[in-house]
Design a protein around this ligand. Structure first.
Ligand SMILES: [Zn+2]
Length: 271
C-alpha cells in the first residue's frame, strides 16, 4: 500500500532509511523543523537548517522516488531565548514560497512555560499574516494533558484560526477527543519507547473513526522507528480492517490536509 509519513525528521536518517521507506510504499514525507538535540546559538544556524530542509533534503528524498515536504519554525525547546526566537520568526517568510514548504511547524509547547506560549503566539501571528497552515507539537508524558489544553485554548480563543488547516500532533488517548471535537486534525506518533504504539493508534481509530486522523513515525535522531507507519498498516490488516479504511488514514487524510497548502504538489502515483 502506498502511504505518506506526515511527520518524520529525515535530516537525522540515513540513505538506507530512505531506501527502506521507498520499498515499503512511502511516496511522500513531511518534515517539520525540529530541535537539533542542542540549542542553535544564532539565527544563521536556522538559516542553514532551513536551507537544508528546503533544498538538500528535498533532493536527497527525490533520489529515492520520495517527495519531500517541510514546515518551518523555531522549536518550543528553544523558545526560552525569546529574542533569538523573534529573529528566526522574522527569517521564516524568506522561505515560505520555496517548493515543498507546507506551513509553520512544528510549533507548540514543551514545558508549558510563559516564554514558550509567547513564541507560540508569535508563530500564529506569522501564520495568519502569510496564510500558512499550522502543524502543532504537543508536550510529552506528564506535560501532555495540560500543554494540549493550553494550546487548544490559545487556538480556540482566536477567531482567525481555521481549524481545518491545523494538525495537532502526538495525540494520545487522553488528548485525542478534544482535538477532534474542536475540528482540528489529530496526528498519532508511533514511537517504540514513548508516545503511542501501532496497536494503541489502531484502538483510537476504532474508537474515534478515521476522519481527520493521521499516523506518523516522527523518526528522528533519538530512539524511533522510521517504518512505524507500515507497522500500523499491518496491525490494522491483522484486525481485519478494510484496505480503504487503512488507506484513508495513511494516504487520503494526509493528502486532504496537505493539499490545503499552496506548497503541496500531488504525489505519484495515487494523488
Ligand atoms: Zn517532530
Amino acid at each position: 500500500m502506498y502511504y505518506i509519513d506526515p511527520h518524520i525528521h529525515m535530516v537525522s536518517r540515513t540513505t538506507d532509511d530512505y531506501d527502506t521507506l521507498a520499498k515499503m510504499g512511502c511516496v511522500a514525507v513531511s518534515e517539520p523543523a525540529f530541535w537539533a538535540g542542542y540549542d542553535r546559538g544564532t539565527v544563521d544556524g536556522f538559516r542553514d537548517y532551513f536551507n537544508q530542509l528546503t533544498d538538500f533534503e528535498r533532493r536527497r528524498a527525490a533520489g529515492f522516488g520520495i517527495q519531500h515536504f517541510t514546515w518551518l519554525c523555531i522549536n518550543a525547546k528553544e523558545a526560552e531565548n525569546v529574542s533569538l526566537a523573534r529573529e528566526v520568526i522574522a527569517l521564516i517568510p524568506e522561505y515560505l514560497d520555496r517548493p515543498g514548504v507546507l506551513g509553520i511547524g512544528e510549533i507548540g509547547l514543551n514545558k508549558n512555560t510563559r516564554n514558550e506560549a509567547i513564541v507560540f503566539l508569535e508563530h500564529l501571528e506569522l501564520a495568519f499574516k502569510t496564510n500558512e497552515q499550522i502543524l502543532i507539537h504537543t508536550p510529552h508524558l506528564e506535560d501532555k494533558y495540560q500543554g494540549t489544553r493550553m494550546i487548544l485554548d490559545m487556538l480556540i480563543g482566536d477567531s482567525r484560526v481555521d481549524r481545518s488547516r491545523v494538525l495537532v500532533d502526538h495525540v494520545e488517548e487522553h488528548t485525542i477527543r478534544p482535538v477532534l471535537e474542536a475540528g482540528f486534525w489529530a496526528g498519532m506518533t508511533l514511537y517504540p519507547v514513548s508516545k503511542c504504539t501501532p496497536a494503541r493508534a489502531a484502538d483510537m481509530v476504532e474508537v474515534y473513526g478515521p476522519e481527520r486522523t493521521l499516523v506518523n513515525s516522527a523518526g528522528d535522531w533519538g530512539v524511533s522507528k522510521p517504518t512505524a507507519v507500515p507497522d500500523f498498516i499491518l496491525e490494522m490488516r491483522r484486525r481485519g480492517h478494510a484496505e480503504s479504511l487503512i488507506r484513508q488514514v495513511v494516504y487520503d487524510n494526509p493528502v486532504a490536509f496537505f493539499s490545503q497548502s499552496r506548497g503541496w504538489k500531488p504525489v505519484h502515483p495515487c494523488g
